[in-house]
Design a protein around this ligand. Structure first.
Ligand SMILES: Nc1ncnc2c1ncn2[C@@H]1O[C@H](COP(=O)(O)OP(=O)(O)OP(=O)(O)O)[C@@H](O)[C@H]1O
Ligand SMILES: [Mg+2]
Length: 240
């Protein structure tokens, strides 16, 4: 295992495959099709790091409302009262509605201002952005590759670990549109796999994770009372 501190995903079985977890200060893409539980996995990482290790986290949503996210996470068995001091949830979608008069170019400034102000007030060290494609859409980059490069550098300079949720169609061959996959330090891919005529299973794999001796294999991703867990891909789905 390398010397860098790791942020555990708390997905049972997966941290071992990741060589301990996500190296601190990484910028990681969490990519998948609709409904592959991207938001749930990312929130669960914040929740478990806050609950078990006292790590402060910030979840910035640009599409789903705060109440819808909280309802969903409570429905998955996460007790928000246990982490209310350590997990902050910012719904920028609301601000988007209220600040219609802002020109598109100011979006990046709005985002950075909120992220920096909250860094000063809450000192979070784990950030989730849900989602990167929506930020790109709002920011209307003129030169996406250059501006994304600067954005990733800005995140690294904040001294935090970042999970950027992104979308990928089932048939897509690339993990990102504008080289975000090359710019990122890690990529975790979530997908649905048809195992027979009837059954679909969720799968997870670490496509890349810089400075980690990780497995690049797919694992079955299961959700039960104890949270997320992975098993080897052999078709079993009996975890409750
Ligand atoms: N209590 C539950 N237990 C297990 N799975 C659930 C539960 N509630 C919802 N789900 C699953 O979670 C999925 C949605 O999870 P989530 O919102 O994290 O996915 P997502 O990949 O972020 O979706 P989107 O692409 O819409 O953003 C639902 O499609 C459903 O299959
Ligand atoms: Mg989502």
């Amino acid at each position: 295992m390398s010397a860098r501190n790791k942020i555990k995903t708390y997905i049972r079985g997966f941290d071992e495959q990741l060589d301990g977890g996500i190296p601190e200060c990484s910028v990681v893409l969490l990519v998948g099709e609709p409904g592959t539980m991207k938001s749930s996995v990312a929130f669960s990482i914040l929740y478990n790091n806050a609950k078990n290790d006292g790590v402060k986290g910030l979840y910035i949503s640009l599409e789903q409302s705060r109440s819808s996210i909280l309802d969903h996470m409570e429905g998955l068995g996460m007790d928000m009262s246990a982490v209310e001091d350590n997990v902050h949830l910012l719904d920028l979608g609301l601000i988007r509605k209220n600040l219609k008069m802002l020109g598109d170019q100011t979006w990046m400034h709005v985002f950075k201002m909120y992220a920096e102000n909250l860094k000063n007030s809450t000192d979070y060290s784990l950030l989730v952005l849900d989602s990167l494609p929506v930020l790109e859409l709002l920011a209307q980059f003129k030169e996406p590759r250059t501006e994304l490069f600067q954005f990733f550098e800005w995140l690294r300079e904040l001294g935090i670990t970042t999970i950027l949720i992104s979308e990928m169609g089932a048939a897509a061959t690339s993990y990102a549109k504008h080289d975000e996959d090359f710019l990122s330090d890690g990529i975790i891919h979530l997908k649905m796999e048809k195992v027979d005529d009837v059954n679909i299973q969720r799968r997870i794999r670490a496509v890349k994770m810089r400075s980690c001796n990780h497995s690049a294999n797919y694992f079955t991703l299961l959700f039960g009372e104890g949270g997320f867990q992975t098993t080897k891909v052999i078709g079993e789905s009996s975890f409750k």
